[in-house]
Design a protein around this ligand. Sequence first.
Ligand SMILES: [Zn+2]
Ligand SMILES: [Zn+2]
Length: 350
Amino acid sequence: MKVALFHGGHDIRVQDLPMPEVGPGHVLVRVRAAGICGSDLHDYRGPMSSVQHPRPSGHELSGEIAAIGSGVEGLEVGLSVGVEPMHLRGCGRCASCRRGHYHVCPRRGLSDGQPLTSAGFSEYDVVAADNVFPLPASISFEEAAILDVYAVAVHALHRVPLRPPHTVAVLGDGAVGIALGQVARTLGAQSVILVGHHDLAMRVAVEAGGADTIVDAGAVDPVDAVVELTDGEGAQCVYEAVGGRGPTVQMACDMAAIGGYVGVIGGFVEPIRLVTESIHRKELDLRWVNSYSTWNGVKEIQIALDLLAAGRIHADPLITHRVPLDRICDGFALADNKRESAAIKVLVIP
Ligand SMILES: [Zn+2]
Ligand SMILES: [Zn+2]
């Protein structure tokens, strides 16, 4: 079977490898679509010493069950499934895991000290049986491939729930920012202001129901714009979905209303500085948002799947590019240069 192996940086090679063995409690998935995530780009932009090379990758995937390991019940060959990434699996024993919050398990993504990875950028991947989610007929493999993005949005809205007057600002016009806007509107946000700087992505956000108003951060001061659009109040809930090294947490706090809530989804690659005067004065609640797991006993990826299945949210508009596995390098180049490619979500179709 064909597998893309990541040797660090731009060095991605599609190779033929033997079919993997399907152990007890696992299923073999014939991958039909796999999304390139922002986190996949870190090692692409500069090889990370913290990861072993070469390695397979691709945690946003969907496909069909092709084989079933021993001890697995309730699943059958041919079933279409979405996949919760293997790196989100917890140890199952610690206090966080026992509460169902395996996304913050200190040993998350490890099995006997070895990293658990999903290999969506392959023809086949082996997945633990409880990480697969049967797809209703109304959901395509392509939409299901980005369930992970919607699960992150669902978790963000659990961590920082909407509150009256239900005004929301989202920083970031990437797939997570747009998905978050879509979910927030579906859950009753009165208005969603999306702050971004990619023309096409912002247009898609409005068309896909992910934003009522857009603010072009390249053209205006986003804080002033959000305060103005909320009658001088600021937004009640602000979600930061950018990360990296910019001042977006500060911006999120500065555009939040008095007594407002800020959720930080983006990962930062260096320490961030915050001027806390207005955060203190407005008595903001600042919460971090990391991946997802369960909420009140329900898997958040299942909640995301249910929202998509209900037809209230459409993931298709976020998918801007598709490349075959043999051309995965082109896919990464597209995802890496969003300004030129206008990519939101690039899918690899093995
Ligand atoms: Zn992802
Ligand atoms: Zn644990």
